[in-house]
Design a protein around this ligand. Structure first.
Ligand code: DC
Length: 226
């Protein structure tokens, strides 16, 4: 694991920014830009679930097999998330399937909490960062957009241009329903998260809005520490 277990618990946390929201809402780009602005390391937690799903399938496993998925999660090396195979449509779907298993979520939890507990803080994007992984985070954003806007963005990004827009929209709707409907750590805004609807925004306008929200949270956090 790339992060020391002694890094501290998120309870006593430095400046952690939790960026949650559904697929293709822009949260990944926003998280990267916030990391650069505040000089913090960034974790795309979706990649952990993507790596589990893709590795399970590559080993000939079945996405319906919770025990096998948990086994993959337990031996996952979070230093090796930089693989183009984790960024495909199929990887997103596989990730959403394995993410519904409590044993998989538990196996990935300590690493995410240790990442959040790094001295100085961190930015983490995902679905349950503000609610479960880092509920004490001083800055929480829930980035959303209409399913149609998100499907259009995803469709334009995909290299697999033969995929019809309607299929991408169906993917997004299915994934939203699974991620928000699961029993363990469902996708939802924390009660103290600031909602950012990016439907009508360019990505740079959305990133600017996110930066302003987090600057305000940072000022409050600094005041509270005096
Ligand atoms: O953010 P993403 O599209 O890369 O996430 C892929 C899937 O992983 C998503 O559909 C649900 C799951 N996920 C999760 O359950 N919890 C997270 N913190 C991040 C992702």
């Amino acid at each position: 694991m790339g992060v020391s277990k002694d890094a501290g618990s998120p309870g006593a946390m430095d400046f952690v920014i939790a960026v949650d929201g559904p697929a293709a809402s822009g949260k990944g780009t926003i998280a990267e830009q916030l990391g650069a602005r505040f000089g913090l390391p960034v974790l795309d937690s979706g990649l952990l679930y993507r790596a589990v799903g893709v590795t399970l399938l590559a080993e000939g496993g079945d996405l319906a097999d919770e025990e096998a998925a948990a086994g993959v999660a337990l031996r996952l090396d979070p230093a090796r998330l930089d693989d183009a195979a984790f960024r495909t449509r199929a990887a997103g779907e596989a990730a959403s399937r394995v993410a519904a298993y409590t044993s998989v979520r538990v196996a990935l939890r300590d690493f995410q909490r240790a990442f959040a507990g790094q001295p100085g803080g961190a930015v983490i994007d995902g679905r349950d960062i503000g609610t479960v992984i880092a509920p004490e985070a001083p800055a929480k954003l829930y980035v959303t957009a209409s399913p149609e806007a998100r499907a259009r963005r995803r469709w334009l990004q995909l290299n697999e241009t033969e995929v019809p827009y309607a299929e991408v929209l169906a993917d997004i709707l299915r994934r939203d329903a699974r991620d928000a409907g699961r029993a363990d750590s469902p996708m939802r805004p924390a009660s103290d998260a600031v909602l950012l609807d990016t439907t009508e925004m360019t990505i740079s306008a959305a990133a600017d809005a996110a930066r302003r929200i987090v600057e305000a949270a940072r000022a409050r956090w600094e005041t509270s520490r005096r």
